[in-house]
Design a protein around this ligand. Structure first.
Ligand SMILES: [Zn+2]
Length: 279
């Protein structure tokens, strides 16, 4: 089966703050290999070939205060992904609290080549629906993405990185976004894991424009977390979060997923077809 892994982290590792680096590289014995992949997209493509992965979404987001990523991540990522536009889907990002003209910057990032945008509430320190209160400019980001037909992946669930605010990972905040931007395609990354799976399931079923993105969930636990996954198989998108803590390889997750008692049609849709449609 073809695989589109919509959530991996090959990114400018050198920009990460020292304490973030410590957490990221902890328990990883292949740091040099991963850094080499980030330096040369051809090496990542060869790695994808070896793992049997046709396409990947390259997650990327601006978070100068928590992670160390400034808006330069956008140029870095678009340049990197330009090596193979049919296989490497670069994410773009705009941080509304660090940007004067959010509408203009969102348009610029999309024009630069972003195939999707990432919003990361626990690492960017605002709620996904903060445009209703203290961050009205966040609405500009959603509006521009909606007009351009560019999907937005929103992190839901906790985060272990120093400085991350896990309480901001509640998927119920995305209920507002789905209502206020009805044509915006939204992916709920990590399905609210490990605290809010029921809320994530509700939001995906409730809104036509919201999809479940299952990266970061160990495939062996997937049906424990989402016992009614088959009901939303047509709206579920594959991702691994590789090489984040605990994820050994893109391939291993696919192999474990293929062992699950789900119909082949559902597996095919989740691993590839749904993502291709959304992106
Ligand atoms: Zn991630």
């Amino acid at each position: 089966m073809k695989v589109f892994d919509t959530h991996i982290h090959i990114q400018p590792f050198h920009m990460m703050k020292p304490d973030v680096q410590r957490t990221f590289w902890m328990k990883k014995d292949n740091r040099a290999e991963l850094e080499a992949l980030a330096e040369d997209p051809k090496k990542l493509l060869a790695h994808m070939d070896a793992d049997g992965i046709e396409r990947v979404g390259l997650i990327n987001y601006v978070s100068p205060d928590v992670m160390g990523f400034t808006s330069e991540v956008n140029e870095w990522m678009m340049q990197y992904a330009s090596a193979a536009p049919d296989r490497l889907y670069p994410f773009g990002s705009v941080h509304p609290a660090f940007t004067e003209d959010v509408a203009g910057e969102t348009e610029r990032v999309i024009a630069l080549g972003a195939r999707a945008l990432k919003v990361h509430p626990p690492h960017q320190r605002f709620r996904a629906n903060a445009y209703q209160q203290d961050l009205p400019a966040l609405a500009r980001l959603y509006e521009r993405a909606e007009v351009a037909g560019v999907p937005v992946t929103i992190h839901t669930g906790t985060s272990v990185f120093p400085g991350a605010r896990s309480r901001l990972g509640d998927p119920m905040d995305v209920d507002d976004v789905a209502i206020d931007f009805p044509k915006l395609k939204i992916l709920l990354a990590h399905g609210g894991r490990p605290l809010w799976m029921e809320a994530a399931f509700f939001v995906v079923r409730r809104h036509r424009n919201v999809f479940l993105e299952i990266s970061g969930i160990p495939p062996v636990k997937l049906l424990e977390y989402f016992p009614r996954l088959d009901e939303i198989a047509h709206k579920t998108v594959w991702g691994t979060d590789w090489p984040s803590p605990g994820i050994k390889s893109m391939r291993q997750n696919v192999d474990q997923f293929l062992e699950l008692p789900l119909p082949d049609a559902a597996k095919r849709a989740i691993l590839y077809d749904n993502a291709l449609r959304v992106f």
